[in-house]
Write a protein that binds this ligand. Structure first.
Ligand code: FRU
Ligand code: MG
Ligand code: CA
Length: 613
């Protein structure tokens, strides 16, 4: 305090002195400079820190050869779509050799392209063409498990030297009722239902699979496995991949029998009587999920990609980690201490933020939205980059979980919040879940956990139906008679071509938002304020001195709502409408003068106003 006072005193003396020497004009200039701080410093951001990241589900994006299955050539043929939409980076669900039990998440060869998707040449072309267009390409890295048809597993099952401990093998427990039988080593339940242990007649032991029986869990306590993961990453980075989305991390490591008297400890029972022992939910995954040791593996991977960059140059290679966990365990993926600073360790560039999927729905009010957004921003380590995910291949599509009228408001939120916007294929046009009958259901989770009456509770197929390009057969996705999943029946009213032609459409709103995101310094570098102006209306403000203030007003409720804009401190009226949701009566360029404003159900408007001072 004392030293601040002294400095001010000195400054004042200098100003007075100059004023005396050079006269009134100098005095006036100095006085202004003194009361107005210099414009804020705009530090350059790395490519991934403020990007629009788009998830492609390759099987359903675009089919080039008429077999009813999307492929790499199909993606290549539509790369312009990303430029047109304003997307900066794409990540693709797995494209590697696979028996397709879990549609590519059961990889049999991590170094090869799956034949239905194309060849290595196709992949190289995809990379080259994308890079020419300025689009980064991320691959899906699936470290937790490999297909039981992989060479790793075949060798491990045969106890080949070097591979014996590649997976989690264990003897069965004695069956008190039958001396000729054994029981699984523990009560662990698979994510897809049933015991997480499967008997191998060949090896006369059980192996662990946290997902499908055909997805055997690697043993991450084995250094050879860890080394192989580096080899896989290096292989694809050498080919030019810009980084990885990393799959299913909470399940990477399980309890070590060495810490539990030589046996695998049972997970505690949840006490939830609605579940039977073979059903997910019967136990609490204490020994099978979020184990603290797994984070060190992630930190090692970060060290690896950072070193790769150091040695090879080019742009930053990134790791975006996937996992559903509570906020504390999720934040650990970022690393600990000040991210990017000298203290602590660095982890994933970011863990995907699934809060909009897990914690918000059509039933949420504006206060819930504000609270959930602020929770992430509050818990995130200093200096880290936030991100916003609204859907993916594992969950019902965004307009289905929320309401159709909310599509533009939700896309506005994901685009205007600080950090990275993540778009799941179809969200840019507001695609809803497709209907998939039990006969057409192919998802292993639905088939394992459900039956004819309950499959829809688990099925991920509705979020995976093919992309709607246009109104022609199969929505322009494929020329096949039968596509791998049916095309949703609303494709003739809801598709990209129509939305490009229409004067107002979800797609046009999306384009306006990506353009704004790229241009506005208050979005890339500004402060944020997010709060509920009422039970229904959410207000997000992004502001940075000397730059336009951007305000999103979004009525998340199913009825209209009137709010008082004088409560938004940073908003200077009149303000101009930059973009509005398709059902809004407001248009680009409209002026908002009054302090009271009424928003219809689901209406969202993005306003531009004078900079804050
Ligand atoms: C995300 C996911 C699922 C897949 C599982 C196992 O949880 O990508 O789609 O079934 O991980 O790889
Ligand atoms: Mg095909
Ligand atoms: Ca595991």
């Amino acid at each position: 305090m004392a030293s601040t006072g002294k400095t001010l005193g000195v400054t004042a003396i200098v100003i007075v002195g100059l004023g005396l020497i050079a006269g009134g004009i100098t005095w006036a200039v100095l006085a202004t400079t003194r009361s107005e701080a210099p414009p804020p410093e705009i530090l350059p951001l790395d490519w991934w820190q403020h990007c629009v990241l788009y998830q492609i589900y390759p099987r359903s994006f675009k089919d080039s050869d008429g077999d009813g299955i999307g492929d790499l050539k199909g993606i290549i043929s539509e790369l312009e779509h990303f430029v047109d939409a304003g997307v900066d980076a794409i990540w693709m669900s797995p494209i590697f050799e696979s028996p397709m039990v879990d549609f590519g998440y059961d990889i049999s060869n991590f170094y090869r392209i799956h034949h239905e998707y194309g060849t290595m040449e196709d992949f190289m072309e995809l990379l080259t063409r994308s890079h020419e267009l300025g689009i980064k390409v991320l691959l899906d890295f699936v470290p937790n498990h490999a297909s039981n048809e992989s060479e790793y597993f075949i060798k491990s099952e045969a106890r080949e030297p070097g591979y014996e401990d590649f997976f989690i093998w264990a003897d069965g427990l004695e069956d008190p009722n039958n001396p000729n039988n054994t029981l699984p080593p523990s009560n662990w339940v698979s994510q897809f239902g049933g015991s997480a242990w499967e008997w191998s007649t060949k090896r006369q032991q059980y192996y662990l699979h946290q997902f499908a029986i055909q997805q055997a869990d690697f043993n991450f306590r084995n250094q050879a496995v860890r080394d192989e993961m580096f080899n896989i990453m290096k292989y694809w980075l050498d080919r030019g991949a810009d980084g990885f989305r990393v799959d299913a991390l909470p399940y990477l490591i399980e309890a070590d029998p060495a810490d539990h008297g030589g046996r695998y400890p049972d997970d505690p029972l949840s006490g939830r009587v609605e579940f039977e022992p073979h059903q997910l939910g019967y136990t609490i995954p204490l020994y099978t999920k979020d184990l603290i040791e797994l984070y060190d593996v992630v930190y090692e991977w970060r060290e690896f990609v950072d070193k790769y960059l150091e040695e090879n140059g080019g742009d930053t290679r990134v790791l975006f980690s996937e996992g559903y966990a509570n906020v504390t365990m999720t934040m650990l993926y970022y690393g600990t201490g000040d991210v990017g600073g000298a203290r602590g360790v660095r982890g994933a560039h970011f863990p995907f933020n699934f809060d909009f999927i897990t914690d918000l729905s059509a039933r949420s009010g504006a206060r819930d939205f504000a609270y959930v957004v602020l929770r992430w921003l509050t818990y995130m380590p200093h200096g880290a980059t936030p991100n916003w995910v609204f859907g993916n291949h594992d969950n019902n599509r965004m307009p289905t979980r929320f309401r159709e009228r909310m599509v533009d408001g939700l896309n506005s939120l994901s685009m205007l919040l600080p950090g990275v916007t993540v778009t799941y294929q179809g969200e840019e046009i507001g695609m809803k879940d497709g209907y998939v009958s039990w006969e057409d259901t192919v998802d292993v989770e639905a088939c394992n956990r459900g039956d004819e009456n309950t499959y829809h509770l688990y099925s991920r197929d509705p979020a995976r139906t093919p992309f709607h390009w246009n109104s022609s057969t199969n929505a322009g996705f494929s020329s096949a008679n039968r596509t791998w999943l049916p095309v949703a029946d609303d494709y003739q009213e809801l598709n990209l071509a129509l939305q490009k032609e229409a004067e107002r459409s979800h797609y046009k709103v999306y384009q306006a938002l990506t353009a704004l995101k790229k241009r506005q310094k208050s979005l890339s570098h500004g402060e944020y304020s997010i709060r509920a102006l009422s039970d229904s209306t959410l207000c997000l403000v992004r502001y940075l001195r000397t730059y336009d203030t951007i305000v999103l007003l979004f009525n998340v409720a199913d009825n209209s709502d009137t709010v008082d804009l004088s409560r938004v401190a940073q908003l200077k009226l009149p303000a101009t409408v930059y973009v509005s949701s398709v059902h809004s009566s407001r248009r680009e360029g409209d002026t908002i003068n009054g302090e009271n404003i009424t928003l219809s159900a689901g209406e969202a408007i993005v306003l531009r106003s004078e900079p804050v001072s």
